[in-house]
Design a protein around this ligand. Sequence first.
Ligand code: C2O
Length: 522
Amino acid sequence: NLICLLIAFVGNLSISQLCQPNRIITAVNGQLPGPTIRAREGDTVVVHLVNESPYSMTIHWHGIFQRGSQWADGPAMVTQCPFQPGGNYTYSFNVTGQEGTLWWHAHFSFLRATVYGALIILPRGGAKAYPFAKPDKEEQMALLTGIPAGPADAYTINGKPGDFYHCSAMRNLCEPIRKNETYLLRIINAALNTPLFFKVANHSFTVVAADACYTTPYKTDVVVVGPGQTVDALMVADAAVGRYYMAASPYDSGIPSGPPFSKTNATAVLEYAGGPNTTLPPALPQLPQFNDTDTADRTWPTVPLAVDTRMFVTVGMGVADCQPEQTLCNRSRTMFASSMNNESFVPPRSTSMLEAHYSNATAGVYTRDFPDQPPVVFDYTADASNNATMQYTTKSTKVRTLRYNETVEMVLQNTRLIAKESHPMHLHGFNFFVLAQGFGNYNQTTTAPQFNLVNPQERNTVLVPAGGWAVIRFIADNPGMWYMHCHFEAHLDLGLGMVFEVQDGPTPDTSLPPPPKDLPQC
Ligand code: C2O
């Protein structure tokens, strides 16, 4: 087993970008995006972090199962207390049973806006052991938004917005590609709050993996990637020698009319080596409209599957701190809150949930009554702004306890209380099968027979469409406390999350190991 050691300084970096010189951001090793971690399946990855930033910090290894290393998962107050400015912490975990593109990011406050990077897991035998023809070259790209909420300042590809941003002086040039060679594109959506379309002008690609899980290969010329999701795709440089843009633009089926984005494209220039025409402007791909649901849908599996424990969970926006029956309620002071089954998740303050679970001292930290159903059934896709029962959510720290090895099927039903938006739902510690996705109110009777039990996609993040639903299934064979939440940073912050408490199995190696001695304390 190879040990990858990375010394990472989480510190301040001054950058000039998006029309503003000398912006101070928090970055790792002075890079934006942060350094790429490359490992082989089966490796132990050891990352030593020195926190030179003014913020408390934790890092999450997005999509890593963390079997036997649950304490290294990283979400603040769920599996650990953050480490402080001036402090340091070493994460150690193995990357077993998964291959492909994942990523890492800060999991405290909004720090993941700039504290993030790629985490690539190659097969044990290296690139020659891919289950598809070995590409000639591997490219990597990440996408990111500039500001925390709402329409972004700009989207970027590998940290740069590209030619169409008004102050962008620099061409966002990729390394030259060679005619007829095959490239592996690793596409990561690290944006805070927006699903993105991705295309390359005059090229198509073959999707081979999503969320570090090989898929039945399929050919397409566009992919849609939700925040937190990744796509690996092979692209053959089979166009005429020249220059082409790769470009990303926002997708949201929930925006009723007119793009609220002034700068809708992020671009990077792909240039063929040895081309005589490098002064010609590059060709721009025709990106779908921001609300082009048909195209987004086409890139999702039409598949689905079977059952054990069934949960029906609403995901959506509401308001909190005010119950309709409370006479003292001051509506003008209500706060936006997001919720799952009308529970708006608040992380505990005193200790992490994993520590409380391990020492069986949960009083005052969390309760075990996260409901399997929403409190009321109604038309989830209708404007329910007058449906006070669903609209007023309770702030709580509730978990759903699962027996070791329990099979869980979850219907994630989007609601349109307050706002109609899609929600990229991410589950820590597992991949799940995506059995079905669709629009409207979920209907078990008509949908269950159409579940794809044959080759459903396996993912750690699923985009639950605005005005729609998704059905996922996973086996709870990884003991510990696992966050499930919307990967829109604004929604996570407002409580769109819950935690699964997976009990120990019968043997030591199916049980949660003791915490590392140096686990940060609150
Ligand atoms: Cu990438 Cu809990 O998140």
